[in-house]
Design a protein. Structure first.
Length: 344
């Protein structure tokens, strides 16, 4: 096996995309490990390292693993790498062996990290302890989840009739109510982003949640300049007025609901329900296999979770976030300071 780096050429972009899509997990292809999402993070100011593990056989070689690593500075010269929803490994191979190789190689990089933070779908530290040699010990620590531990998925291989039947009765009622009152769904353009921002600010004030700056959403929509159709904006309208909106990612076999917003006016028309249902049907007709509501938590987001689970589907639970520690003494100091900051 050999560690290598993906370069930004079109050929390498395609190789990385093909690998991620063809080795999608039970939750579908992970857009946050895509080349496109790495581009978004770079434009937003992040440093990205795209690495892979390959196996050669003569002149031929195959990719066994791919990981987009985000460099996160801690302070001074210290930093760590973060692989959101990754690394991605070949489904038919031996993931433990390949991941162990990657872990050992990252330890040897010229610019050493304090630790590697990752979110492998099915991670069991005990399996790595069995194969790691005494000379190359691996120290893993479970840490706070950076992304939602659970999400809600719809299986789009089911018919629209089956999907409707699995919904909560109140959700079906709200969809019909929005249709009855003339709510229509239309795709938005990048130059309509200020309308989304208006609705988002209204939602943030009403529901008391923190927003990204406007530039975050601008850069998100700008991804379509390099990857048309990767991010889409949709509005729910009544009498030509935008009353709800959503931003969605379209990647591999999955459509993911990223951001939603609605106006205070016309809330009785239940437009967010029709917006979701329209995107579900669109995704299904376009051949996608999964619709991902991207995060549920009954304790942290009770209202949003009730809204999402009303659409039926099934709960998918990730393995969570873990750290592979390279410098144990400094890591313990980092952990202490991190806990202290949360208490302040």
């Amino acid at each position: 096996m050999e560690l290598f780096y993906f370069n930004p050429s079109e050929e390498e972009q395609k190789k990385l995309g093909d690998f991620i899509k063809s080795n999608a997990s039970a939750a579908g292809a992970e857009f946050s490990q895509s080349f496109e999402w790495g581009e978004f993070l770079e434009v937003s100011g992040a440093e990205i390292l795209r690495v892979g593990v390959k196996k050669s056989a003569g002149k031929e070689w195959e990719i066994l693993l791919a990981a987009t690593l985000v460099k996160k500075k801690i302070g001074g010269k210290f930093f760590y790498y973060y692989a959101p929803r990754g690394p991605i490994y070949k489904q038919s191979g031996n993931p433990v062996e390949v991941l162990e190789f990657l872990f050992q190689e990252i330890k040897k990089l010229n610019e050493p990290a304090l630790f590697l933070r990752f979110e492998i779908l099915e991670f069991k530290a005990d399996e790595f302890k069995k194969i790691a040699s005494p000379e190359k010990p691996l120290l893993f620590k479970k840490t706070i989840n950076l992304q939602p531990a659970k999400t809600l998925l719809l299986d789009l291989k089911k018919s629209t009739e089956e999907l409707l039947k699995e919904m909560h009765q109140k959700t079906r009622y709200n969809i019909r109510l929005a249709e009855k009152h003339g709510v229509v769904i239309k795709e938005g353009k990048a130059d309509e982003l200020k309308e989304f921002w208006r609705l988002l600010k209204t939602t943030g004030e009403r529901d008391n949640f923190r927003l990204h700056p406007f530039s975050h959403y601008e850069k998100l929509m700008a991804l379509n300049n390099q990857a048309p159709g990767f991010i889409k904006l949709y509005f729910a309208q009544v009498e030509g007025k935008n009353i709800a909106a959503g931003i969605f990612s379209f990647y591999g076999d999955k459509v993911t609901y990223l951001h939603g917003a609605s106006d205070n006016e016309f809330r009785n028309l239940m437009s967010p329900y029709l917006l979701q249902w329209s995107l579900i049907k669109y995704a299904q007709a376009a051949g996608y296999l999964y619709y991902d509501f991207y995060g549920i938590d009954e304790k942290k987001w009770p209202g949003v979770t009730r809204f999402k689970t009303g659409f039926g589907g099934y709960v998918f639970e990730y393995s969570g976030t873990s750290d592979l520690v390279f410098k144990p003494v400094i890591y313990r100091v980092y952990e202490f300071l991190r806990k202290l900051r949360r208490l302040i």
